[in-house]
Write a protein that binds this ligand. Structure first.
Ligand code: TRP
Length: 335
């Protein structure tokens, strides 16, 4: 806890030029609602991104772009600590130490490691294997109470808790043991591929029409949603087995801030053609002001630089005591 507010930590990898609509609706849009009630720390986790081979110039671009996307979505640099992970070397330092307090067997059980090694059989590097320890370090460095994560990161958060417990039982109360943050009602919805609605919406979708990017042009958004996979029932309702329609209803209700029930009513008796057009237009309209702000931020590189520099300083101020304590506990000489 900092002051009387709980600490929240989260981050997104700058592994592409734009986050997806899924990242936005599932994460960023909800982060914005947390910034008054909590002490929030949001990182652009570039060190995580290099577990998969990146082109250097592109990674730098993506990092700045993601920072601008954070701000354009409404994260306030005055209210939150917003920084680039590699600028704060304590993440790497703590990660090394915690590697020595994590068992091979624990990391072997991580399903994301298994998935990613299957996807990149030519580059199963040690960083990919120990990546959950870096994530644990991100969280524990700031004594985070809560971590908003999607289901795919739950196992990593569990491991973080195990590492924190282990360290604390050896050395006393060094780390806050973080809890997952579960957003209220249907916020934090999981958005699925438009082409394969049983799989998560992802940049690496084999079909480019499956994924909407935050920075997609309105006409592309509308086109992709028009082509979204649905079913042959032609009834707009949320129901088991109607994965495509359920996904579109979820998207619609998130961008228009209505309940699924109200959305169902709105489309009663309407065909999928009308429904999809409305969803497409609603998404395009919701993203328009964000995209405009994004363009403004990207024109102002000096401002972005000041945000990440101040953010890194603020992050170091918060993590200093924890880092010193950890070093002392494990037996390093600290002056
Ligand atoms: N591993 C997360 C992902 O791929 C990103 C991440 C890194 C993160 N460090 C974190 C999320 C700390 C929450 C807290 O999505």
């Amino acid at each position: 806890m900092i002051g009387d507010k709980k600490v929240i930590f989260s981050g997104i990898q700058p592994s592409s030029d734009s986050i997806t609509l899924g990242n936005y609706l599932g994460a960023l849009k909800n982060w914005v609602t947390l910034q008054d009630e909590y002490n929030c720390i949001f990182s652009v986790v570039d060190m995580h991104a290099i577990t998969v081979r990146q082109e250097a110039a592109q990674l730098r671009k993506n990092t700045i772009s993601l920072l601008a996307q954070y701000l354009a979505c409404g994260l306030d640099a005055e209210k939150n600590i917003i920084f680039v992970q590699s600028h704060v070397s304590e993440h790497a330092e703590l990660s090394w130490i915690l590697n020595c307090y994590t068992q091979m067997g624990e990391l072997n059980r991580m399903t994301q490691f298994k998935d990613k090694s299957q996807k990149h059989p030519e580059n199963i590097n040690a960083g990919l294997f120990t990546y959950p320890v870096l994530m644990a370090s991100d969280i524990l460095l700031y004594q985070a109470d809560l971590v908003p994560v999607g289901v795919d990161q739950k196992q990593h958060l569990e491991l973080t808790r195990d590492i924190a417990h282990r360290f604390n039982s050896l050395y006393g109360d060094v780390f806050t043991v973080p809890e997952p943050y579960i957003p209220e009602k249907n916020a934090g919805a999981k958005i699925m591929s438009l082409q394969n609605p049983t799989a998560k919406m992802s940049k690496s979708d084999p079909n480019p029409n499956g994924c909407i990017a935050l920075l997609d042009k309105p006409e592309d958004i509308i086109r992709k949603i028009k082509r979204a996979v649905t079913d042959s029932e032609a009834v707009v309702k949320y129901a088991e087995g109607k994965d495509g329609v359920n996904n579109l209803l979820t998207i619609y209700s998130a961008v228009t801030n209505t309940s699924i029930k109200d959305a169902e009513k709105e489309f009663e008796g309407k065909g999928y053609g009308d429904f999809k057009l409305k969803v497409g237009e609603a998404v395009a309209e919701h993203l328009k002001p964000i995209q405009e702000k994004y363009e403004d931020y990207m024109k102002n590189k000096d401002y972005l630089e000041s945000v990440y520099k101040n953010g890194a300083e603020a992050a170091r101020r918060v993590n200093r005591r924890t880092m010193a304590k950890v070093k002392k506990k494990v037996g390093f000489i600290v002056d």
